[in-house]
Structures are given as structure tokens and as C-alpha cells.
Design a protein around this ligand. Sequence first.
Ligand SMILES: [Fe+2]
Length: 341
Amino acid sequence: MSGDKQADFHKRLGAKNVGALWVARRGVDLTKPAATGQPVHWAYEDLRPDILEAGAIVTAEDAFRRVLVLENPAWHGEMRVTNSLYAGIQLVRPGETAPCHRHSQTALRFVLEGSGAYTTVDGERALLSPGDFVVTPYWSWHDHINEGIEDVTWLDVLDTPMVGFFDAVFREFHNDVSQSITKPDGYSPARYGANMAPDTGGNGGRASPVFRYGFEETRAALMRLAEGQDAHPVHGHKLHYINPTDGGAATPTMDAAMRLLPKGFKGNDYRATDGLVYCAIEGAGRTIIEDQVFEFAERDVFVVPGWHRHRIDSPGGALLFSVSDRAAQQKLGLWREEFPA
Ligand SMILES: [Fe+2]
């Protein structure tokens, strides 16, 4: 067909809500992921004045969630830190309550600074301390209260873009600002914290019932691990947070891990299909993502988009938290990793 005939044909198809695949696919490389996310690094010390300024101009209750959203410049305005995840830094000041609600997105928190705040999840509360990893499962009531004297900040990561893609977003507000505490402190650790589980007769949870993973326990496990084995050439000493009811990731969509990079660690190149959000809780280091170099310090956040070659070095040693959508990708049989030579 001549160009005019083709154009006319495509126009007539378009009017019928039909497209020509050979046109849509022209010039598109489907041999590998598009990997359109951008590597990005946020220095906590740079953001801290903005976080505190947000604390001065709006209350947690007025803001509902006082969060500075970390946006990947590849998708400016879309509140995406990777193609499938949302991230932000939340501040709850002394005496404040972030009101109770629930939603179909799964959330996780990684505490950065301050102590004295509690999160309550479906009637059970947990004290938050720096380095703690906390899960807020799908559709569970949650509110955050700071009963201490320090500002408390944490990294929020949610599967919001993923749930939005499925058009399965629901949210509900609780009648009360903060929900009633219906379970004693330590309720979940008593049932699941000794590598044991109660006989519920069910098929496991939708997300880990151990919704708080304390930093001290995580740190101690990694230190013991590092005493007994050589560091992995890419990952250092790395442990994943798991759901004790099935051994899988702590949430159905997001997989989180903590790694210990020993002093003088020089990681090898690596890439995988999941876009990773990293946060250093102790120590510092450097990551080289494709050809970009980022120096990271304590509490900094950086993003390695999916299928981006990267490596991590740490001359002085570091503890590095990470989260990605690997859990969802693995359920769908899509996850792939590569150790480039
Ligand atoms: Fe929430």
C-alpha cells in the first residue's frame, strides 16, 4: 500500500478503536526492559530542613499524612519512586496523631530518626525506633501516635502505583482519630517471634503477622551471619524479612531486606528486573548505577531502577535496607537477575 493508503487505513481502524500492531511496535525494542526509571539519590541532611519546615507549617492531623514524597524524575508528578512503588518521608511530631484509616495498598515503614512514636495496626501497637521495619498489611486499620519528646521520621514505601494499575484502590476512614488498642503489647511476637506459629487452621496471612521487625534483632542476626561466612560478592551479608506463615516476603507485593556491607566491601556489578529503593541506616558508601556515581550517608535514600547495572562499595562498612516489588514479580514468574561480567 502507498503511504496515503496506509494512513487512510490506520485512520479508519482508529475510528473503530482498532490499532495496527506493526505500527505500534515500530522502533520499539522488546528484547529487554525499557528501564525508563532514573537513578536518584536524596541526602537526608539535605531534606531534613524541609521535613522540619513541613512540621512547622502543617499539623499531622491537617495533613492527614505529613509526607514529603520522593519522586523519580522520570515520572514527575506521578508520585512514583520506581515504576511500581511510591515512597515518602513522614514526620510525626511530639503529641501528634496521624489519623486512623485503611486502604488496599500495602505499606511498609523504615524508621529513620527519633523515638517515642507508636504505630497501631489492627488493634496492636508497636513502638518505633530507628532501623525498625514495620508492615501495614492490605486493608488493616492503622494510625501513628508520637507520645515522646522527639520528632520521629520514617521512610514510607507503598505499592500504590501497582494497585492503581489494577484499578483496585479502596480507602476508608476510621470513625475515631486513633483506634482502640485491643491486643496486648507483644501479641504478634508472642505468636510468631520464636520461629513458631499458632495452629490457626487457615492458609496463611495476606502479609506477615509480625508487623514490626526490630532493628536490634536484625542487626544482631546480620552480625552473627558476618562472623560465620564470607560476604557475597554482590550483596554482602543480606537477609530478607519474611512472613513466618509461609516463608515468603513480608508482604505479598514488596520484598524488603537488610544487608551488612563489611568494611572495605567492593561489590560486583548486578542487575535485576525489580527497581530497588535503598536506605542506609548505619554507615556510608558509594553506588555506581550504570555510569552515575552517588555517595550515600546515613539515612540517605537512593533508587536503582529495574534492569540497571549497579554496584555498591563501602570503605567503612554499612547497614543498608532495601525494598522492591520483587515479591509481586516472583509470584508472576517475571523476576530475573543477572551478574554481568
Ligand atoms: Fe495509610
